[in-house]
Write a protein that binds this ligand. Structure first.
Ligand code: ZN
Length: 137
């Protein structure tokens, strides 16, 4: 039997996520790649947590925008997420990297992943589509 999909993200919440991701993207620290990313998480309780990528001269120490948003959310007590919006200036929407998919999967559920561009393009997927078999101990 197919699993019931959670409801999609309503338009007002999408606008809040986009606005938060836009602000976060403007604050991104990306002096090496010059690829600024903003992310915004919608928690189950309706709160929105944004994050930006924070690069480091030692590149493995860099932090993606999605992870930055998760760190902020978890620090404020949020553990369940309905959606994440990722905003880039790429011509085509960009999906979260593999590490971010695993970080998002840690908290269960099946958040909607909204991949947006500053040019107005949007692609959507469920996290389970992007990471069908997350690592679990
Ligand atoms: Zn990532």
């Amino acid at each position: 039997m197919p699993r019931a999909l959670p409801p999609t993200v309503p338009p007002a919440a999408r606008r809040r996520l986009l606005a938060a991701a836009r602000r976060a993207r403007a604050a991104a620290y990306a002096p090496y790649s010059r690829f600024k990313v903003g992310a915004a998480l919608l928690a189950e309780d309706g709160r929105v947590f944004a994050g930006s990528n924070v690069e480091n001269s030692s590149s493995p120490s860099s932090l993606c925008a999605e992870q930055s948003a998760v760190v902020r959310a978890v620090g404020e007590g949020a553990r369940r997420f309905r959606a994440v919006l990722v905003l880039t200036s790429s011509p085509k929407p960009v999906a979260p990297c593999g590490r971010c998919r695993q970080v998002l999967a840690e908290f269960g559920g099946d958040p909607q992943v909204l991949m947006a561009t500053t040019g107005g393009r949007l692609r959507e997927a469920r996290l389970a589509e992007l990471l069908p078999h997350p690592f679990r101990r």
